[in-house]
Design a protein around this ligand. Sequence first.
Ligand SMILES: Nc1ncnc2c1ncn2[C@@H]1O[C@H](COP(=O)(O)OP(=O)(O)OP(=O)(O)O)[C@@H](O)[C@H]1O
Length: 546
Amino acid sequence: MDLDRNRVPMSALPDYADPDYFDHGAVNKQTDYHRSLPKHSSSHIGSAKTPNDYIFGDIIGDGSYSKVKRATDKRSWKEYAIKVLDKRYIVKENKVKYVNIERDSMMRLNGYPGIARLFHTFQDDLKLYYVLEYAPNGELLHYIKKYRFLNEASVQFYAAEILSSIEFMHSCGIIHRDLKPENILFDHNMHIKITDFGTAKILPPKYANSPDSTMFSSSFVGTAEYVAPELLSKQVVSKSSDVWAFACVVFQMITGSPPFHGRDPGVIFRKIMSLDYDLPKLMPIEMVPLFTSIFRLQTTERPSIRELKQFSFFHDISWNDLFFQTPPPLQSFRPNYHHIPVNSLPPTYRSNMTAAAAAGAAAAHASASIVRHQPKFVSDQKMGNLTNRKSASPPAHYGQATLRNQPSMDMFYNRLFPSNESVVLSSAVLLSLTAPLPEGSKFPSGITKMFLKKKSRVMLLTNMGRCAFITKGKNDRFFIDAEVSLYNPSVEVRFDDNKSKRFLLNLETEAWIVEDTSENISRLRDVISKFNRSGRSSLDRSSPED
Ligand SMILES: Nc1ncnc2c1ncn2[C@@H]1O[C@H](COP(=O)(O)OP(=O)(O)OP(=O)(O)O)[C@@H](O)[C@H]1O
């Protein structure tokens, strides 16, 4: 079931009658450079396959404008991951360019073992399908969360695989621009497969062998924690921006969190621009130069990949047959107490650190604390103040329902709630999590806005003042992944200016920015304000006695 169906007027859409609309760049005209690329045979990328050739299984990934599903080829019984993209949404959100970039860059990189392969693309009236090599062992992020600090042997081995794959990408003239643990997957044999080339930069051919520090203009793409300073200060990227992200990923593997983290993109960017990061005291000494040499503001000061491969951290890596080796088992990091703590580093290492980083390292040594940053939407605990509810704990069926045999979406949505509660308004939205906005401060704009992670959700408002955000999970089951009571007096609702489709739910410890994509903003404004006003007026009435 497509949640957005019936929400976008057909007249607003371009003509998709041409089956090659996406496959041959009718929307995004091919540049001379694209025409100069080697052509792939039509059996490889083209319309030879259809959705009927596959048995679709669970959703295994939820991107900002796509769902990734497990699928089995009916003839070969081989398993694939099929990325299903909603054409209407892509056009409406101006994502056509990214969809084509993803296909073009993956085609160019096909065959390298560290990069997920794209086998076919095809489409039907509503969707685009990218048939990808299936990486059944999930994301690197999963293992970082599971083990918190990964063992040194794994960090070394996987850092080498990632670095080799980046080197290959760069040699093909592709800068990934969004390397992060969510985009590094594991195949059957626990070798890496880099994915998500939707925001890659495809360089003109003459730059394929350019130095890593050569800069290219770039829009603001990527993920705040892994973005390099040159993008923030000059709106440019270089191959060494991927190397910066690589260092952030390796840092996260060994310490559990990325080096530059914070509650909102603004905080993260300030830390990146001032190179404000901490080196935990038990970090293996051989790893330190990796970070101190890469975390430099000037791209020219960062080592090239060729130089990095010579670092002592990689001294026993056999680079030529990495993907034929058996990876070391992923485990938790067991600190080797013979490692030298950071505060007794030789002066050459210390001189590479900024004052802030050195002070941070000293502080980290004193407290040995490593802060973990895993943004997470809150759910049930926010429901405590829901009025008219006898109990804060959800009923047994709460949060899950199947879609089958439901005559209308609203009736279906009602099944998510207790029987005395019903949906009064639903709308497709983009939801992002950020730090609470102090009174009087403006909504995120410019690059801070661009780096907010947005998730497509359906927002439901119920007659009980509940504001729930739902998404589709495994087996086509919907679930509520964030919700709040608008009657809760500590929830502040703030609308952006009149022209904007955004509003903010300011909670005590975090804020949700909601952007309406269903032309419903004025109705949302009315209903939400009504609920929230009554909650806040009860706060005003009760505060004098408190
Ligand atoms: N080949 C694959 N094998 C297994 N899982 C995959 C594969 N490709 C993608 N996934 C899963 O789906 C998720 C989303 O995929 P992908 O990052 O390509 O989508 P996206 O729309 O670009 O996401 P985002 O908006 O988060 O950048 C991945 O993080 C991963 O968990």
